[in-house]
Design a protein around this ligand. Structure first.
Ligand SMILES: [Zn+2]
Length: 191
């Protein structure tokens, strides 16, 4: 029986080439260290790697669909519009009191991921979770608008983002408290 032996050198070259093609520079450690649920980290990973199915991305991959924003139906729906320039997004940032902190980045040049990394880096650590949870909540609202015809509501999306962060932190604190309060096993005293 023929036995095919893979050449490990070829496999290594192939994998490293693939990785370098998809490498997105930025402070990824900061993203992985955020105090948010894994689903929001995963969302950030997709967002920063330009892999969310925005209409702009779908069209660039050959999908025939409308190009305008699902929410406002006015401009090309890319990441910059969806999360920063769309009126719904700016309303959300204002409700969650982050607009003043991030507005200056709206006119920055560069890729969306580089602007996002710069924005996160500029924010105080205690605001990081609120910022990325809001991005996630905007995307959820956009999807609900597209697939369930639910009108977007900035206040509702902000409540979802803040509640998600608060619940995650509360659960983590509870786990820490339970672990520190759980008595360890100790040898019973002999009579
Ligand atoms: Zn829009």
């Amino acid at each position: 029986m023929a036995h095919i032996q893979l050449n490990p050198r070829i496999r290594c070259v192939s994998i490293s080439d693939q990785r370098s093609n998809y490498h997105v520079p930025g402070d990824w450690k900061l993203i992985w260290s955020l105090h948010v649920p894994p689903k929001i980290k995963h969302f950030c990973w997709r967002l920063l790697r330009n892999s969310l199915p925005t209409r702009s991305n779908l069209q660039s991959r050959g999908v025939h669909c409308q190009s305008t924003c699902v929410v406002c139906n006015q401009d090309l729906e890319d990441e910059m519009h969806m999360f920063m320039h769309c009126k719904f997004a700016t309303d959300c940032w204002k409700v969650v009191n982050l607009w003043d902190k991030i507005a200056s980045y709206m006119t920055s040049s560069g890729s969306f991921s580089s602007i996002m990394f710069a924005t996160v880096r500029s924010l105080e650590v205690e605001i990081h979770a609120r910022f990325v949870a809001m991005l996630w909540s905007i995307w959820r609202a956009r999807n609900a608008c597209l697939w369930e015809q639910k009108p977007v509501n900035a206040h509702t999306s902000c409540v979802l983002a803040l509640d998600t962060v608060r619940d995650f932190m509360w659960c983590n604190r509870s786990n820490d408290t339970m672990q520190s309060a759980t008595p360890g096993w100790s040898k019973p005293q002999a009579d």
